[in-house]
Design a protein around this ligand. Structure first.
Ligand SMILES: NC(=O)c1ccc[n+]([C@@H]2O[C@H](COP(=O)([O-])OP(=O)(O)OC[C@H]3O[C@@H](n4cnc5c(N)ncnc54)[C@H](OP(=O)(O)O)[C@@H]3O)[C@@H](O)[C@H]2O)c1
Length: 246
């Protein structure tokens, strides 16, 4: 896809990985709708940095645990930006809990934010895309959540299911020239609950010998969005080979 002049909606792009993807896409010539939940000041900063790079940027807040707010996001983005060509479902939650501790409320929250939200947003995006115009959707998976894990139980199940959603949407939308792919991240940035020193020690267990960076994710994103129009339903692991180890 020729990226110059295209408009991307990126959920959770006020900071961290989503912000880097937003700035990388702005460098490629895209205008960006910066979605955020609570990080209003960071979202404004990201938008300012995008404008500084010569592109248009809009900020939109929506609580992705609230179905009505999720349903309103694509129409609000279209109203602001006039068009949408790319949707990146980057927002997510990562609560620690094992199977015996998991409760229905945490389960529902993971399924809503990590799974149902990408479904609802992708459907609204695809419905709004004029027939014949190319579109791209990216979902964010987790290289270690493509196998069972007991430490983030509901999260892991939601990301497993998100892989199924990614493939099912790719199949459903291929004939409409909308490509849907996932990026399964490894250790990119420590979570708020993670000990940063422990996170760095993970490097020894990663075949590439280092943890990743948001820039590594941006490289894979560029490939999927800019270079790979015949790739759909694929999941690219961005994890330095971590999935290859036990
Ligand atoms: N970081 C990693 O190493 C890693 C590893 C594996 C997979 N991933 C996946 O890659 C994606 C991006 O990673 P990340 O580390 O940048 O994610 P993150 O920092 O954990 O979350 C990104 C954003 O999601 C938004 N969000 C969460 N709950 C929300 C809600 N109810 N309503 C609105 N927004 C909400 C937050 O926005 P506000 O701050 O504005 O509230 C947050 O800044 C995620 O899907 C994650 O699961 C990341």
């Amino acid at each position: 896809m020729q990226l110059e002049g295209k408009v991307a909606l990126i959920t959770g792009s006020a900071k961290r990985v989503g912000r880097t993807l937003a700035l990388a896409l702005a460098e490629e010539g895209c205008h960006i709708v910066v979605h955020y939940g609570r990080s209003a000041a960071d979202a404004e900063q990201t938008a300012a940095d995008i404008r500084q790079a010569g592109r248009q940027a809009w900020t939109l807040s929506a609580d992705l645990s609230d179905e009505a707010a999720v349903t309103g996001l694509v129409p609000a983005a279209l109203q602001q930006a006039g068009r949408l060509d790319i949707l990146i479902n980057s927002a997510g939650i990562f609560p620690p809990e094992d199977f015996l501790a998991a409760d229905a409320a945490t389960w529902d929250r993971n399924m809503m934010i990590n799974l149902k939200t990408p479904f609802l947003l992708s459907q609204a995006f695809a419905r709004a895309l004029p027939e014949g115009r190319q579109g791209k959707i990216i979902t964010m998976l987790d290289a270690l959540a493509l196998r069972p894990a007991n430490h983030h139980f509901s999260y892991t199940v939601s990301k497993y299911a998100l892989r199924g959603l990614t493939e099912a949407m790719a199949h459903a939308l291929a004939a409409r020239n909308i490509q849907v792919n996932g990026m399964a991240l490894g250790a990119i940035l420590p979570n708020v609950n993670d000990d940063p020193a422990l996170f760095q020690r993970l490097a020894a267990r990663i075949p590439a010998g280092r943890t990743g960076s948001p820039q590594d994710v941006a490289q894979a994103m560029r490939y999927l969005l800019r270079d790979a129009d015949y790739v759909t339903g694929e999941v690219i692991r961005v994890d330095g080979g971590r999935h290859l180890t036990g």
